[in-house]
Design a protein around this ligand. Structure first.
Ligand SMILES: C[S@@+](CC[C@H](N)C(=O)[O-])C[C@H]1O[C@@H](n2cnc3c(N)ncnc32)[C@H](O)[C@@H]1O
Length: 329
């Protein structure tokens, strides 16, 4: 099973170099520089100031987000269907979504064109999910979040036809920039190669997700090419590291699944899908009480790509180690 258009690390470097060339010649360069200014403040400033290379990589990543037309890298897949979501996410996702009624809400973080949400509102969805249709009635409200605006004419048409309040598309901000007052609570939150795969601040990202999750609601997501809970797999590309890695303070490696399980007030299940290329691990994080505490992670490596290669270390970096002038956020 292929999970569309992931790129190996070498291609990541190619994308990064291409972006740099493009930067010199187009408006993207200007836009990326302006956005970078705010990112420097917003991303973990101390980590970036301690390691200027991180700033370059975050800038390259921004140019991938803002790419349009022919400049969109092959690996940057923005229009996965709801069926692709259901295949990739943990087995409980399809029924959790089908259980939602008109009083419920679904948030899709990193929605791209929002195709999965459009599919949910298509009448074919009801034909394929007959059970519970009467109870479901007019379906849940669905909210898409994306850094860049990838809405298509189809999105605009469907949103107009559905009427106010059924589907919404928010852009120009990252998840961490929204407050709970603005977004409210959701019973189902998904992220398919969105912020969970791209963020440079994984612990803050998960903290925000769990803040937007209603009690007993579930967050469904996945990562490509990570060390699985069972620990039986190796990095997909020979000679390359896993795409997302976590290192303990003593230098030993932690698995993403174990780190998620160390969060308080959640139940976590991890499903490794070894036959996918690259293999993926799908996660379900169910919120079971309100006192959620997410163990902090510090960014120590970020290589722009689709998705980026990232390494985090458990705990905040010490001020001395990071050469910080201010406390980490
Ligand atoms: C590769 S596309 C995936 C689109 C869609 N989920 C799909 O599978 O077709 C990545 C998406 O994640 C979004 N994204 C990345 N980091 C994000 C963040 N921190 N907050 C919100 N959206 C983010 C991008 O703007 C983009 O919409």
């Amino acid at each position: 099973m292929n999970f569309s258009r992931d790129t190996p690390p070498l291609s990541n470097q190619r994308i990064a170099r291409e972006s740099m060339t493009t930067l010199k010649n187009t408006w993207i360069g200007l836009a990326a520089l302006l956005i970078l200014q705010s990112l420097w403040l917003e991303a973990s400033y101390s980590q970036v100031s301690a390691n200027p290379a991180l700033g370059d990589e975050i800038s390259k990543q921004e140019s991938i987000f803002q790419s349009r037309g022919a400049q969109v890298p092959d690996g940057y897949s923005i229009d996965r269907s709801l069926e692709e979501y259901a295949l990739a996410l943990p087995s409980g996702f399809d029924s959790a979504l089908a259980q939602l009624g008109p009083g419920d809400r679904w948030l899709d973080i990193g929605a791209g064109t929002g195709q999965a949400i459009l599919d949910y509102y298509n009448s074919d969805y009801d034909l394929m999910h007959w059970e519970g249709r009467e109870r479901r009635g007019r379906k849940a409200q669905a909210v898409a979040i994306s850094i860049e605006d990838r809405r298509t004419p189809r999105w605009q048409q469907d949103a107009a036809a559905l009427g106010a309040g059924k589907i919404a598309y928010l852009f120009d901000r990252r998840l961490r920039e929204y407050s709970q007052e603005e977004l409210g609570l959701f019973q189902v939150i998904t992220d398919v190669i969105g912020g969970f795969s791209y963020t440079e601040n994984l612990s803050l990202f998960v903290e925000k997700v769990l803040g937007f999750l209603d009690l007993y609601g579930s967050f469904f997501s996945l990562l490509q090419d990570v060390h699985s809970e069972e620990g039986t797999n190796r990095p997909h590309y020979a000679g390359a590291p896993f795409l997302t890695e976590i290192t303990n303070t003593d230098g030993s490696k932690a698995k993403v699944c174990s780190w998620l399980k160390s969060i308080t007030c959640v139940q976590v299940s991890c499903e490794f899908k070894a036959t996918w290329k690259p293999p993926i691990e799908a996660f379900r994080v169910r919120k079971i009480c309100s006192d959620v505490r997410v163990p902090p992670l510090a960014l120590i490596h970020y290589n722009a790509g689709t998705p980026p290669e990232r390494r985090f270390q458990v705990g905040h970096p010490s001020p001395a180690a990071a050469g910080m002038t201010s406390a980490p956020r």
